[in-house]
Every structure is written in C-alpha cells, then in structure tokens.
Design a protein around this ligand. Structure first.
Ligand code: NAD
Ligand code: ZN
Ligand code: ZN
Length: 337
C-alpha cells in the first residue's frame, strides 16, 4: 500500500510502498477515508517532539474510513461500515484505561504516534473497541472530529461547571482545534466568548462561529475586553501553548477560574499562590475519551457544528504541512489516500 512516511526529522515526507498490514486476532483493518493534518505532527516532523519509536514512520492520528477486514474474534463489523477511529490506544487493562481515559495510558501506543498511522491507504486498529460508527458523515469530513474535535471537547468538559451565564470564556488559537473548541463553548455553555488569534482570517472565522469579540494579541487590549466589571475569565483555553499565550492566559484568568493548556508550543507558566487569582486552576488537557468521541459525533450529526474542512490528495501532504506551518489553513486539512 502507499503511505506518506517520515524518513528523517526536518525532511519532507516521502510517498513509499509499504506492506499492507494483516489484521490479527481482535484487530480491524480500516481503509482510510481521510486523515487530518494536525499541528502536533509539525512538532514531531521538525524533531521538536521525539515520540516516534523508529524511522521511517507513518504518521496520521486523526482517522476515519471504512472497515476493510476483521481479524479472528471480531464480529458485528461488516466490510464497508463507515467508522471513526478513536486514537488514544491504551493497554485496556490499567486503572486509567478501565476508567475510560484510555488516552492517558502510559503505553503511548497511540495510532500515528506509537503505532503506524493513517497517512496511508490502510490503517491497522489494534482492537475493535477503538471504532465508533459514523453517523451520516463522510469519513474524510469526519476524520478531524477524532482529534481537532475531540481534544477541545475534552478540554471544555473540564471547565464546563464554571461557564455559567454572565461568565467569560477565552479561546486562544482558532486553528483546527480552536475553531471546534469555540463551538463547544457556544453549544454547551452560556459563557460570553472572547477569541484571540494572530491571524485576521482566523479572527473573522471566530466571529462567524459565535465569538462576541475576536482580538489581535499584538494590538488589542485583551485584558480590558475580558475583564468587564473587573472579573477575570472563568476559563481560558490555550490552543497554542507558547510562552506569550500562556502569559496572556495567566493575565486573563479570574478567581476560581481555570487555564486549560492544550497547545504544545513549548511555553510554561509560573504558578504561585500570590501570582494567581484566588483558587484558580491550571491544567493540561490530553486528547479525549472514546465516549466523548461518540458525543462529538452525535453533536456533529445534529448539524449544529460548522465544519471547516478541506480535503487534499495524500500526494500533496508536504504542501499541506507547509501551509499549516504558515497558518494558511482555515479549520482543518484532511489527506485522502
Ligand atoms: P493550527 O495550526 O491549526 O492552529 C493554531 C492557531 O493558533 C492558528 O489559528 C494560529 O494563527 C494561532 N496562533 C499561533 N500563534 C499564536 C499566538 N501567539 N497567539 C494567538 N494565536 C496564535 O493547530 P492545531 O492543529 O489546532 O493545534 C493547536 C495546538 O494543539 C498544537 O500545538 C498541537 O500540537 C496541540 N494539540 C494538542 C493536543 C492535546 O491533546 N493536548 C491534541 C492535538 C493538538
Ligand atoms: Zn493531533
Ligand atoms: Zn492502560
């Protein structure tokens, strides 16, 4: 089968012929319908995050497609069934996995990161429990929901009890993740939403998606816009994670508020009792659970989410990552083999 592979950090991906995997007992082979291009892959491709077991490597952790072949012991999944692939593949046996938070398992065998991923014609999924039946959505359009959708959904869940009427939620970074994150705040809470992005096109998209204000960190007084009446934000979702955005998040959060760090751009935040508003919380948020993926797909099926998804041939993968790196993709780009 054809796969786009990383052969050396910092080098362009190469389309190569690799063996098509055979599903063993309990496993399912998926014909990839689409695999989303996530900014995390840029952190990996550059060599900034060294998580891959070996090179050459097939990335792609945002996958949806059709059941191609089931290994022995798998039943109830006919060939051609459209599925979304939950990517947080854990051991399935530790207490964290058994609590349903498999994305937090120590094994880190996630599809596309610790196991070969979906920038290929076929994807081997190690257990049928990782598949979620797709509602009436094309796999290529649904693929981003498995990460760009799921990760912000999980992030918003942490802060939801704080997002009461009259509160303010700040969304920093309106890319693949942030443009879904803003919509989850809009759909699930009563908070006023302030969006922050360096790109004018992303700021315009944020207004279209329901932000009350959409601001430029270089020129706008974001603190004044957020702290109307003096109260800081009930939640700040940082989908960038750079030193500057974390400093901004810290300056905006209010008493008993929450900073949720999702972006992996290498920043850190100095937390101290006196340096933070009373009883505020800072936490990192990692991907999401399989059940939450079902919830995201259900919400998408209602038609209440706007999908800004563009599809491209797998052959154009280097071009797509180049555009992602330069902030030129509105929403998410998906690679179709
Ligand atoms: P993206 O490139 O699609 O979006 C990033 C957005 O941030 C863009 O709109 C860009 O204009 C904006 N931006 C960049 N610098 C900014 C700044 N200084 N201030 C304000 N806005 C700024 O990226 P994505 O795929 O949405 O991923 C976002 C981040 O989330 C990445 O770091 C990625 O690795 C990370 N991520 C984390 C998890 C997790 O589980 N924690 C999962 C997926 C992705
Ligand atoms: Zn990702
Ligand atoms: Zn586990």
């Amino acid at each position: 089968m054809r796969a786009a592979q990383l052969v050396g950090y910092g080098e362009p991906l190469q389309i190569r012929e690799v063996p098509r995997p055979e599903p063993g007992p309990g496993q399912v082979l998926i014909r990839v319908g689409g695999s989303g291009a996530c900014h995390s892959d840029l952190h990996i491709l550059s060599g900034e995050m060294r998580l891959l077991p070996e090179l050459p490597w097939t990335l792609g952790h945002e996958n949806a497609g059709w059941v191609e072949e089931c290994g022995s012991g798998v039943s109830g999944l006919d060939r051609g069934t459209p599925v979304a692939v939950f990517g947080g593949w854990g051991c399935g046996r530790c207490r964290v996995c058994l609590s349903g938070q498999e994305q937090l398992c120590n094994t880190m065998t996630w599809g596309g990161i610790g196991s070969p991923g979906g920038y290929a014609e076929f994807l081997l999924v190690p257990a049928a429990r990782h598949l979620v039946l797709l509602p009436d959505l094309e796999p290529a359009i649904a693929a981003p929901l498995t990460d760009a959708g799921l990760t912000p959904y999980h992030a918003v869940q942490h802060a939801l009890p704080r997002l009461v009427a009259g509160s303010t939620a700040v969304v920093i970074g309106l890319g693949g993740l942030g443009h879904f994150g803003l919509q989850f705040v809009r759909e699930l809470s009563a908070a006023r939403i302030v969006a922050v992005d360096t790109s004018p096109a992303k700021r315009a998209l944020a207004l279209e998606l329901g932000a009350a204000e959409s601001l430029d960190p270089a020129t706008d007084d974001i603190e004044a816009a957020v702290k109307r009446g003096g109260e800081g934000a009930a939640a700040v979702f940082d989908f960038v994670g750079a030193p500057s955005t974390l400093a901004l998040a810290q300056s905006l959060v209010g008493r008993q508020g929450m900073v949720v760090i999702v972006g992996l751009a290498g920043g850190s935040l100095p937390y101290s009792f006196m340096g933070m508003p009373g009883e505020s919380v800072v936490m990192g948020s990692t991907w999401g659970t399989r059940n939450e993926l079902e919830e995201v797909l259900s919400l998408a099926a209602t038609g209440r989410l706007s999908f800004h998804v563009e599809t491209h041939s797998l052959d154009d993968i280097n071009d797509v990552f180049d555009r992602l790196e330069h902030g030129q993709i509105l929403g998410r780009a998906v690679l179709v083999p």
